[in-house]
Design a protein. Structure first.
Length: 300
């Protein structure tokens, strides 16, 4: 008698499905594909993100308890730094409004970083002198509040017009501009208590005018002291990558597409950016802001 009729009361025996292994094989292939896609996405990670990850890992192995740049602590520190900066900027704006200094203080963004430009006439120094006037000290106190929040290095630059000077104290505009920059640095360090290691001073005389020295108004605009919050190396690399990306999306006619720019903005920056890269946030306010890279009023 045929054996297939011996089981199940005369019902034919069901053969086992020998192709079930294909399901397991297909699952394995799918997982491998997902794994290699993940490896590929990691291989094309941008340099900036890779550097941030490397810094975070290095800090972890170095036992950095603050865990800067990692996890929830980073977000909280970024938000705190951002709020402190905006509060300091608001105080500076209120001071400028109350004392009607809108035309004497300018806040701009160029390749060096954030530039706070202060006209010297009647505010910082008397003509031909390098001694800070008493009315300048409250203003420098407000500016120091901005510098205190952020860790960026600061360079203070003195500028003059093209009229020559020759006195017992200053033989030329070089000495005058350098002395004025040094006076501002000395006040920020000795009176405001900012770290000396962050500061440097430079005098440029009349070699870097903002306007042609052809009218008294233009000469007055050129007599200034600039306080520059320098970009960090990470910020400079991020800006370079941004410029390369802009160049990449520029069409053949030389017109940049309408893609938004994520460079160092005049309007408020994202809090995480300020903490992760040391970026300097800023804001459109009654402190006059211009973008020197484009030569126009910065748009929000």
């Amino acid at each position: 008698m045929n054996r297939t009729w011996l089981r199940g009361r005369g019902q034919p025996e069901h053969r086992e499905n020998l192709e079930r292994w294909l399901l397991t094989y297909a699952d394995m292939i799918t997982l491998l594909m997902a794994f290699f896609l993940m490896l590929y996405s990691m291989s094309v990670m941008s340099r900036g993100k890779f550097q941030q990850m490397a810094i975070s890992v290095r800090q972890g192995f170095d036992g950095d308890k603050a865990a800067k740049g990692v996890g929830i602590g980073t977000d909280l520190a970024a938000e705190r730094t951002y709020q402190q900066y905006m509060q300091s900027l608001q105080k500076l704006r209120q001071y400028v409004e109350q004392h009607h200094l809108e035309g004497a203080i300018h806040m701009s963004n160029d390749r060096r970083g954030i530039v706070i430009s202060v006209l010297t006439d009647g505010l910082l120094f008397k003509s031909g002198q390098a001694t800070l006037q008493p009315q300048s000290l409250p203003l420098l106190h407000q500016i120091a509040g901005l510098l205190r929040v952020l860790p960026n290095d600061v360079v203070v630059e003195g500028h003059t017009d093209d009229r020559p000077i020759h006195t017992l104290q200053f033989a030329s505009n070089w000495e005058l501009s350098a002395a004025r920059a040094g006076a501002v640095v000395r006040d920020l360090i000795s009176q405001e208590g900012l770290p000396i290691r962050r500061f440097s001073a430079a005098g440029y005389a009349d070699t870097r005018p903002l306007y042609p020295n052809d009218t008294p108004q233009h000469r007055a605009r050129n007599r200034r002291v600039e306080i520059v919050l320098l970009r960090t190396q990470q910020e400079a690399e991020a800006e370079m990558q941004r410029q390369q990306e802009i160049a990449r999306i520029t069409d053949d006619n030389g017109k940049v597409s309408t893609a938004p720019s994520n460079g160092l903005p005049i309007q408020p920056a994202a809090p995480s950016r300020a903490a992760d890269t040391g970026a300097v946030p800023s804001e459109n306010s009654n402190v006059e802001t211009t973008n020197q890279d484009e030569g126009r009023i910065a748009e929000p």
